[in-house]
Write a protein that binds this ligand. Structure first.
Ligand SMILES: [Zn+2]
Length: 100
């Protein structure tokens, strides 16, 4: 049964560009204070990007300066920030899988 798409926001993964319901994606956001974090509730304001649950997309997305460009950062993310984001995202994805 097809449900009306109206009230179901969709976003595309920054790597594969496939479109998913927002809740199936992981959002990484740069807050107005300049903090980079995983937005598990989708409620943090700021410039964000979305990853799907595909491990290949995570790998590609964390390579080079892709994250920096998507978040419009002027400097490179330190390795520890990347590591933290990756871990946070994995937690979110695990939670998402458990819910379904
Ligand atoms: Zn993807």
């Amino acid at each position: 049964m097809a449900r009306p798409a109206k009230s179901r926001p969709e976003r595309s993964c920054i790597v594969c560009r496939r479109v998913f319901p927002k809740r199936d994606l992981v959002r990484i956001v740069r807050t107005p204070a300049g903090e980079i974090t995983v937005d598990s509730k989708g409620k943090i304001s700021g410039r964000g990007l979305y990853f799907c649950g595909d491990a290949a997309c995570w790998k590609a997305g964390f390579q080079g300066d892709r994250l920096e460009r998507a978040l419009r950062l002027t400097s490179h993310l330190p390795p520890e920030t990347r590591e933290r984001l990756h871990q946070q995202a994995e937690e979110v994805l695990k939670l998402a899988r458990r819910e379904t």
